[in-house]
Ligand binder design. Sequence first.
Ligand code: TNX
Length: 531
Amino acid sequence: MVKYSCVATCCAMLVFGCCSGSKTDLTEAALIPKPLSVEASGEAFLLNESTIAYVEAGHTDLVSVAQRFVSQANLATGFTNEIQAVDEAPESGIYFEIPDNRRWMNEDAYSITVTKELITISAPGAVGAFNAVQTLAQLVPFEKTDEYIIPTGVIGDSPLFGWRGAMLDVARHFFSVEDVKRYIDLISYYKINKLHLHLTDDQGWRIEIRSWPNLALHGGSTEVGGGDGGYYTQEQYKDIVAYAQSRFVTIIPEIDLPGHINSALASYGELNGGTIVPEEGRVVMSNPVLGGKAKPTELYTGIEVGWSTLRLEKPETFRFVEDVIRELSEMTPGPYIHIGGDEAHVTKKEDYIEFINRFSDIVKANGKIMIGWEEIGQASIDGESIAQYWNNDEYATMASSKGAKIIMSPAKKVYLDMKYDSTTELGLNWANYVEVDTAYLWDPFKYAYELEPERIVGVEAPLWSETIENMNDIEFLAFPRIIAVAEVAWTPFESRSWDSFNRRLAKHGSRMQSLGIDYYKSPRISWSEIK
Ligand code: TNX
């Protein structure tokens, strides 16, 4: 009897202990991506309406980071916390500092120290402080509650990769400035810091180029399925870039060359290098051999790939490329220009190599770093260029052996346009079905064995838009897989486990719901365990 009641009491204590304790146990917090180190001290900091966010005086860039915390926490709490600059650490509240006596692993690193009275966010600069804000925002309970308890302890954090990317294809279907901004918000919550915009493809040209106005006006006038399409004016593009910058996200613009180019060939026939119309199987070539009137192609609204090409031998082609890269470089403060380079199946191999070599010179002349899909490994690229692995080990290995850096976007793992399983309505499945665990369970350094690990600079998850038309579709295919990829890019493989990720992601279900994210309720995640 005695024995029994003891067991019962102990069980009750364990259960009670676990649940009341978990709120004040920092190591139990569902943080994604998983930080480098978390130590708990078992007490509670109470966030309320009168909590003040202090910023170390003299660091104006920290003020906007503190503002981001206040507005993100507001989504959960409804509070409008005040921000003040101070000369030294306060006794209570939230304090943002850039200490000059500490060494950091990189600019993304940060630490958060939570005591009962004070939360101190330390970082080498605004980027690290912004990352800290994303972690802290995940510590603020998302469900409405009387007490916003933040567990005490210390988090020390730094990412595996500086390149934690997402790609959005705005060419196959066009997405509004508002949609792109929302995507930036959602990915930045998970510390993704690069947004690659696939701005042009056979079906649409989505960026205003003032020296070649017909590209956007005509080339942007439709999309897959024959809808209205659209394009960003230069002002709108700059607005997207500035919005991204305020979330510490770098925009990487892609102009896909020399294939995937029909929207330009339909706008300016003189660029046409002999394009095979997919449905009809006939070759359309403008300016055949000895002159003749330039003949633009028809606009295209299907989803075949690899059938269009620029014309190498015409001077107009490089005038076009120079003008486009120049205008794009002028409106892009970030250091990168992506020139595509994929699936140029109707470009002769020697022409392809010459194209890429010349693009590389043009990008460099504009002071930018060239990125291209893995196929650019065939050209004379060097250590300054970046190749984006997607499907072919051989091309990527050629790039890495020439010294190029590599971004890992294996289609079988991180293509967000792949169906989750055979029942998923949206998406394609040419590479794989990609469930959440498939997107999570891989090591970027070991995925392609021939690649030299030291060349790998990051991970990026592309979302191609052949089958998606609106923001809900984007969210359904991206979430929650993009969250898995965010952790793959931030946390070393050895420190990750599917069970832990599954448990933490389950708790992000209510958070995604509150943010209005139309996410896929994967049966592989234990959503029912949400407390
Ligand atoms: C391959 S990945 C492509 C895209 C398609 C995608 C569809 C790559 C560099 N090219 O043109 O949209 O597959 O999954």
